[in-house]
Design a protein around this ligand. Structure first.
Ligand code: 5AD
Ligand code: SF4
Length: 447
């Protein structure tokens, strides 16, 4: 999960206006925050680490589970005295709560100057110049990516690259098709250019982002490209060393992408493939349009192509109508797959989604199921980390470690690794042998 405290990079100039962005939610929000920072950077804003110090505060929100808007209004409440003390200060609300609640935010929080949806943030330069409260939550016909400034240097050697947005799947619990709109892919030619620009600025590792990333079908040379073709073209960029993609849907998985995991060395042995439930009855009620057996068969194909692939997933417990037997099916699926890591959530009814109409599972029962699922997933995660001990893997250094002579980076499987390496450089990709595993990280020696 992204670190909300992490600030996108901006140039540092002493007299410039200062921008603080707080990011909630998924990796796409992290990417959007970076692009908003670049857009406002072109208007003279530089990053600051605290709201107190800022001339402009942007809250990039997530709407996927409830409490999002309560969180937003409590953040806004805390900002109010700051703004009263500094009348020129601007407060903006971006992201999926902005999209979903729009004018309601301006009504409830008069201290807010602007509300901008995830498809409109290229218009921030006009919005910050406007008088009074402004709102832009259109799904504009023009592509925001055409209007954003060029990519700036990123903090470390890893970057996100949004290749597709939106979703046409309409899972019964999910707000994404309403807040992010229908599925739209960016042209492959543009993505290759953006990736090259990132690599020129020192990026070595790119994660392709999309709500349904494997549904990607962007215009490329000779026609529409799928994700596998895009991955293979990206892999030919000199200097780019690692590629990942997320989040995939089981129903959009093509043979060519599975094959790429077997023969494209830059494609990392890592796959986030949410299943949500192991019960066919619940999968049907969720409108997932696949069964547990189909999901397991897909996993087998990935493992055949790349035996050491690390699998991660998302689960929802307590979906309306979920019985003890349904939940046992979920535990059985988890045991059958053996995940390297997974996120699990208690079902949260989202107004406007079909599932919100149905009576929910008793909250205490759902809590207990979540606890049991998380215990099993944690056991699997620890076992997967333990199984790395003694193995040789690649590590890309992100930053120096806390101990002298130590570097910290990500393994091929996205494990955090501490390496004793006094000569290590940020951005270097090295081979290491894993010597120990703790709950959240691995220790290793450089080979
Ligand atoms: N309640 C709980 N979890 C949800 N997710 C999406 N919508 C809901 C909801 N209404 C979870 C799914 C999805 C992840 C990003 O968030 O597991 O894969
Ligand atoms: Fe939401 Fe389902 Fe689309 Fe994922 S696939 S974004 S869970 S509707």
């Amino acid at each position: 999960m992204p670190d909300p405290a992490k600030q996108p990079d901006l140039p540092e100039t002493p007299d410039a206006k200062k921008l603080f962005i707080k990011t909630y939610g998924c990796q796409m929000n992290v990417y959007d925050s970076e692009r908003m920072a670049e857009t406002l950077g072109a208007q003279g804003y530089v990053a600051t680490d605290t709201a107190e110090d800022a001339d402009m505060v942007l809250i990039n929100t997530c709407h996927i589970r409830e409490k999002a808007s309560e969180k937003l209004f409590s953040d806004l409440g805390r900002l109010r005295p700051l703004k009263l003390a500094k009348p020129g200060m601007k407060i903006g609300v971006a992201g999926c709560v902005a999209q979903a609640e729009g004018a309601e935010i301006l009504r409830r929080a008069p201290q807010v100057d602007l509300v901008v949806g995830p498809q409109s943030y290229h218009r921030l330069p006009q919005m910050i110049r406007a008088e009074g409260q402004v709102i832009d939550t259109d799904f504009p016909l023009e592509d925001k990516f055409d209007h954003l400034p060029e990519r700036k240097a990123t903090r470390g050697p890893s970057a996100f690259l949004t290749v597709q947005e939106g979703c046409d799947k309409f899972c019964a619990f999910c707000v994404v098709p309403y807040t992010r709109g229908g599925e739209v892919s960016r042209p492959a030619t543009r993505l290759l250019a953006e990736a090259r620009a990132l690599v020129e600025k020192g990026v070595r590792d790119i994660t392709l982002l999309g709500q349904n990333v494997n549904a990607y079908h962007g215009a490329g040379e000779g026609g529409d490209w799928g994700l596998a073709r895009l991955v293979r073209a990206l892999a030919r960029i000199d200097g780019l060393q690692r590629i990942r993609y997320m989040t995939s849907h089981p129903n959009d998985m093509g043979d060519d992408l599975i094959a790429a995991h077997g023969d494209e060395p830059k494609l990392m042995p890592y796959l986030h493939l949410p299943v949500q439930s192991g019960s066919d009855r619940i999968l049907k009620a969720m409108n997932r349009k696949h069964t547990a057996a189909q999901y397991l068969a897909l996993i087998e194909r990935f493992r055949a192509a790349r035996p050491d692939i690390l699998l991660t997933s998302d689960f929802i417990v307590g979906f309306p109508g979920e019985t003890d037997a349904d939940f046992e099916d979920t535990l059985a699926l988890v045991r059958a797959v053996n995940y390297g890591m997974a996120y699990s959530f208690k079902y949260s009814a989202r107004p406007g989604t079909p599932a919100a109409e149905k009576p929910g599972v008793d909250s205490a029962v759902a809590d207990e199921r979540l606890q049991r699922l998380q215990t099993l997933l944690t056991e699997q995660q620890q076992a997967a980390q333990q199984a790395m001990v003694g193995r040789e893997v690649g590590v890309l250094y992100d930053k120096p470690g806390r101990m002298p002579g130590q570097m910290v980076g990500k393994s091929d499987h996205l494990h955090a690794v501490h390496v004793a390496d006094a000569a290590g450089q940020v951005g270097e990709l090295v081979r290491v042998r894993v010597t120990a595993a703790s709950t959240n990280s691995l220790a290793a020696v450089r080979l």
